[in-house]
Design a protein around this ligand. Structure first.
Ligand code: 1PR
Length: 525
């Protein structure tokens, strides 16, 4: 039996699913005594250092946790579950951590995108039972903006390189804690979890000991989901956002089955977009929540969900916050949520006043779950202009000239799945959302969507050049060469495909095999 410390936020569902998948039962801590009596304790953590410490104090868990950590019994901390073992963090100066490991937690101060999101390797520093069965060159899933700095270097189990070399896991006797997420790291992560569960004492050093790791480019499979005309929830796909063919919603498969297929093929991440979410209310739209629950039971890579995340008042006048909606998704197995239409409205309001309200969905959710959990999905389309002076937006010179020979364009943001054009451009939107706390940009392009003609390189470069958070290039993938092109000509950290995979024109495995020679990719074991 594994005892799991659930502090009420973040995606503990994935950790439970992974442990249960390995045949072990999970008991969730509901009072202090259950910490004291635990035989093996797992402390998963996504979120904010300050808000989790606040919750632990409020629930009176701190002393019990410290006693447990000093007892010599097995402990596995994940992500924030590692950081909280330290004395303090830049994320919330003034708030004391558990202080078991002398040292601090610092924000990345580097020339690459922060958060560090994606699959990276580990440089193994000492032998451990945690490594049984590993080759040593596997990649694990990271998503964080802060990293730990222990005073005593002997506790360092692994390091990882991301511009700088940082500590990616520690071990002190029976306490193991990882910055990466084993529960989201496919087979390699499951193996590590299994090693923790079986608690063997044979320490091993894997065969491959790397000196420098590299972050892999991510390939993401996207599933646009909605109800078809018979009321069944289906994966659909549009041509420039038009999902109807001969008047009917295209049906390309069942969400849970397709997600499983993409996981097996090597997808580094899976995104579900509830494309009619702008008119439905997700808390009433239980099928999406069920899709997440079922998918996360046997898909062990990160899951993002978008569609309808906003404040909402129901027909009886009851108010719900975007945070409540996001909470439900995280508890059902999502690792990140994606905000589309609401982000445009938030940015419009911000541009009018120049002030943060602190109450927008972006701010609310990032404050509790961390920036890395908030993705902004942008649905822009090109607007051609003959001169940059003609509009107040971010205008770029374009090689793809307009219908009247225009040599300039800007990218207009839309809401409601492309139905409504707004007076905000994609560059401004991305910049303001970053300021408000977003951790990643999912950059679609209505002109390119479903065309199989390649990504809009000009759009991606203009947005990527304006923000320091990671960007997912999306829309237009039609061949492995298009993925290669987007990674070579832009600094996008990941690329997303939909139609190409749904129609089985090319598999994710083939895309990755094609890129493997020239780019760092996560290989399947
Ligand atoms: O506005 O917060 O409720 O979120 C709704 C979400 O649904 C947004 O993220 C929006 O992008 C998405 N959405 C709304 N309508 C559509 C539609 O297609 N009619 N899908 C839609 C957008 C775009 C991509 C697509 C890529 C790759 N889908 O995600 O998967 O373009 O396609 P391709 O590889 O086949 O070219 P809210």
């Amino acid at each position: 039996m594994i005892t799991l410390l659930d502090y009420g936020a973040g995606n503990v569902r994935s950790v439970i699913n992974a442990i249960e998948h390995l045949g072990e039962t999970v008991k969730i801590v509901s009072n202090v005594d259950e910490i004291s009596s635990a035989e093996k304790l797992v402390f998963p953590g996504v979120g904010n250092f300050g808000s989790i410490m606040h919750t632990l104090n409020e629930k009176n868990y701190v002393n019990a946790l410290k006693n447990y950590l000093n007892s010599g019994r097995p402990f596995l901390g994940i992500c924030l579950g590692l950081q909280l073992l330290f004395e303090k963090s830049d994320e919330m100066p003034g708030i004391k951590g558990l202080g078991l490991i002398p040292g601090t937690v610092k924000r990345f101060d580097i020339n690459l995108s922060v958060p560090h999101i994606g699959w990276n390797g580990i440089n193994i520093k000492k032998s451990s039972q945690a490594f049984q069965g590993l080759h040593g060159n596997e990649k694990f899933y990271f998503v964080h903006s802060y990293h730990v700095i222990p005073d005593d270097k002997s506790v360092i189990l692994t390091t990882t390189n991301y511009d700088t070399e940082f500590v990616s896991s520690i071990q002190k006797k029976n306490i193991i804690a990882t910055q990466f997420h084993p529960e989201k790291s496919g087979d390699a992560g499951l193996l590590m979890l299994e090693n923790f569960i079986s608690s063997g004492d044979k320490k091993v050093l894997p065969a491959a000991i790397s000196k420098k790791t590299r972050l892999a480019k991510r390939i993401i499979a996207c599933l646009d989901v909605r109800s078809n005309d018979c009321g069944d929830l289906v994966v659909t796909k549009g041509d420039q956002y038009d999902v109807r063919e001969d008047g009917k919603v295209r049906n390309l498969g069942k969400p849970v089955e397709l997600a499983r297929r993409y996981y097996k093929e090597g997808a580094d991440e899976i995104t579900f977009l509830n494309i009619t979410g702008f008119r439905d209310f997700p808390l009433e739209d239980m099928p999406m929540i069920e899709v997440l629950r079922q998918t996360s039971r046997n898909v062990f890579v990160p899951l993002t969900i978008g569609g309808g995340i906003r404040d909402y008042t129901d027909k009886n006048g009851k108010k719900y916050t975007a945070l409540q909606v996001a909470h439900k998704y995280f508890r059902s197995g999502a690792d990140k949520i994606s905000i589309g239409s609401d982000a445009v409205l938030i940015v419009e309001a911000y541009l009018k006043t120049g002030h943060k309200t602190g109450n927008s969905s972006i701010e609310q959710i990032s404050r509790v779950y961390g920036n890395q959990a908030v993705v902004i999905s942008i649905d822009p389309k090109r607007v051609y202009v003959s001169s940059p002076e003609h509009v107040k937006h971010h205008v770029i010179p374009t090689k793809i000239h307009g219908p009247n020979g225009e040599k300039y364009c800007w990218y207009q943001c839309t809401t409601k799945g492309g139905r409504e054009g707004r007076e905000v451009d994609a560059v401004t939107l991305a910049q303001v959302c970053e300021k408000l706390g977003a951790g990643e940009i999912l950059l679609n392009c209505i002109d390119k969507d479903g065309t199989n003609s390649g990504f809009d390189i000009e759009l991606i470069n203009s947005v990527k050049g304006a923000v320091s958070i990671p960007v997912i290039a999306s829309s237009g993938a039609g061949s492995p060469e298009h993925f290669s092109e987007v990674f070579k000509k832009t600094k996008a950290e990941s690329a997303l495909g939909a139609g190409i995979f749904h129609r089985k024109e090319v598999s994710i495995k083939e895309v990755k095999a094609y890129l493997d020679d020239s780019l760092e990719m996560r290989r399947m074991s």
